[in-house]
Design a protein around this ligand. Structure first.
Ligand code: VGL
Ligand code: ZN
Length: 237
């Protein structure tokens, strides 16, 4: 390399090392082809519920504020039958937070939670999303769990969400809610795989963090091309 081009090369490399990604520096404007996905902000996952996530209530004001920046909002609810296969109580001798192998793969066993039609499964009252356009419920097949808002745990049965978003011309999704390392992560990774540009807004999520599951989830999401941002990176309309 010539001396001059070496210098230029050096300067460019130094700049690249210092610079933050363009989307973070400029702020992100979601626009008409983006959707905010609000995952499982239900009483069950908040203090007083059946499977409380530490700090779960803290996501509510962050999501309420984010909502103002989005034309399209989709809300999800974990919506289990009584006696659901993801409940430890459905497997004699098993305790919550252990794990077993089921027909579709490994399943963490949870306390009974988010049973259809109960107050526990209702969206948290603090959530103010009057402009939300779709509520999608998942995990309603008694013999199969569904962390992802797109696909059930067999990775075959679809919830219909991808079809809905694609039919509406949505290209980019921003995932928020509970819990970072389960339903948020699985939703985000499926979104990416299904062809959506995908962001997780970290401070609009809280985690269960079971045996290092939070760090593992961020690593897997990064490997799949999910982008990790903060609510302050979104430009309010
Ligand atoms: C979830 C565990 C069990 C979640 C749902 O919403 O992250 N976690 N069911
Ligand atoms: Zn569940």
């Amino acid at each position: 390399m010539q001396r001059r081009s070496l210098l230029i090369h050096f300067a460019a490399t130094a700049l690249a090392g210092l610079s933050v990604p363009a989307w973070a520096a400029a702020g992100i404007k979601p626009g008409a082809k983006a959707a905010l996905i609000v995952v499982d902000v239900q009483n069950c996952f908040i203090d007083g519920g059946t499977l409380p996530v530490k700090g779960g209530a803290d996501v509510v004001p962050v999501i309420n504020k984010l909502a103002g920046a989005f034309d399209n909002i989709v809300v999800t609810q974990d919506w289990h039958t009584a006696g659901h296969t993801s409940f430890a109580s459905a497997h004699p001798g098993q305790k919550p937070f252990s794990s077993i192998k089921l027909g579709y793969g490994q399943q963490v066993l949870w306390p009974d939670h988010c049973v259809q039609g109960t107050e526990d499964a209702a969206l948290n009252k603090g959530l103010k999303l009057p402009t939300a356009q779709l509520i999608i419920r998942k995990g309603f097949h008694k013999d199969m769990d569904s962390y992802s808002a797109f696909e059930e745990a067999d990775h075959k049965t679809t919830t219909g969400l991808a079809g809905y978003l694609k039919a509406r011309g949505i290209k980019t999704v921003f995932v928020t809610g509970l819990a970072t390392d389960f339903c948020v992560a699985w939703t985000a990774m499926d979104a990416r795989r299904l062809g959506f540009e995908t962001y997780v807004i970290e401070d609009a999520t809280r985690a269960i963090d079971l045996n290092g599951s939070l760090a593992a989830a961020w690593k897997q999401m990064a490997a799949k091309g999910v982008k990790r941002i903060q609510s302050g990176d979104i430009v309010q309309a």
